[in-house]
Design a protein around this ligand. Structure first.
Ligand code: PMP
Length: 284
């Protein structure tokens, strides 16, 4: 089946979706934001909080809304889902400030933001990952100081992912100047101590994951406590369990950190189960 993408008013075969202008500020300056949403049974999971975060990112950067309304954007996303006959996968939405002569400051005359929407089918998931756990490595956090904005400026995460790939690891957890873990290149970081889940607080140093927020609600329903407090590599090695979370991975438990064993338990897997049930329930 042909993959269809949306680009600035047009639905195009994906291989021909190459109509972004060379002076698009997203291309020139990474002057734009994005969202990735999970599609379960043809329905977008946690659509409202994802669109709230998109509003926040756009607002922080002073980029105009790319559609006449939130409803109009939702309709476009569902049209991309429909045209791709997407049952399980993800929708990527990118908004850049628009096309303008290459000058650093915002365009003097208002420009129309560029909007791109693509769909991707879910990669087959290897359930052995849940039993084996994943390998994590660490790297100094080289990102800017507004990681709360879901900006398309992703060079530091690209390097962090490559760092992991070259070491046979699944993900890189980034470490701030004081030795605390901020988050993964594209995932949030957690440890488990007894019945408490500890995760980095949602400051400007991390992206407040929608999965992170959903897991907090589900964890409380399971009688677990949440502690939003920074932790170090040493804390991970002492913890009962550690795991990461994101829209596309749900939740994955760690087996090692920089080659050192991380303890395994039952809480991360039980919470993942709750999250999977939530996705099924929310999209029925
Ligand atoms: N942190 C970063 C840096 C990310 O890029 C992502 C993925 N968008 C996350 C955390 C997880 O966020 P979410 O649960 O909304 O996918």
């Amino acid at each position: 089946m042909q993959r269809i993408s949306y680009c600035n008013g047009h639905f195009l075969p994906h291989q021909h979706a190459n109509i972004v202008h060379i002076e698009d500020r997203g291309y020139q300056f990474a002057d734009g934001v994005y969202e990735v949403m999970h599609v379960h049974h043809g329905v977008l999971v946690d659509l409202a909080p994802h669109l709230d975060r998109l509003d926040y990112s756009l607002g922080e950067l002073g980029i105009s809304y790319p559609c006449s309304s939130r409803r109009a954007l939702e309709s476009l996303m569902y049209e991309v889902i429909r045209r791709n006959r997407l049952e399980y996968g993800s929708i990527y939405v990118q908004v850049s400030r628009g096309v303008s002569k290459r000058e650093f400051y915002f365009p003097k005359k208002p420009v129309t933001p560029s909007l791109v929407i693509t769909a991707q089918r879910m990669q087959p998931f290897n359930p052995a990952l849940l039993q084996q756990g994943i390998k994590i490595v660490t790297l100094k956090d080289a990102r800017w100081k507004r990681c709360d904005i879901k900006s398309i400026a992703l060079l530091a995460p690209v390097l962090a992912k490559q760092h992991a790939a070259q070491r046979g690891a699944y993900e890189t957890w980034q470490v701030d100047e004081e030795g605390y873990i901020t988050e993964g290149a594209s995932t949030n970081a957690w440890i488990v101590k007894g019945k408490t889940l500890q995760t980095t607080p949602a400051t400007h140093s991390i992206l407040n994951g929608i999965t992170r927020q959903r897991l907090m609600v589900l964890a409380k329903d399971m009688g677990l406590k949440i502690l939003e407090k920074r932790f170090t590599e040493a804390d991970i090695l002492k913890a009962d369990e550690a795991f990461l979370s994101s829209t596309t991975t749900y939740l994955l438990p760690l087996s090692s950190l920089n080659g050192k064993a991380v303890k395994r338990g039952t809480i991360a897997l039980a919470l993942r189960e709750k999250y999977a049930e939530y996705c099924a329930r929310a999209t029925r």
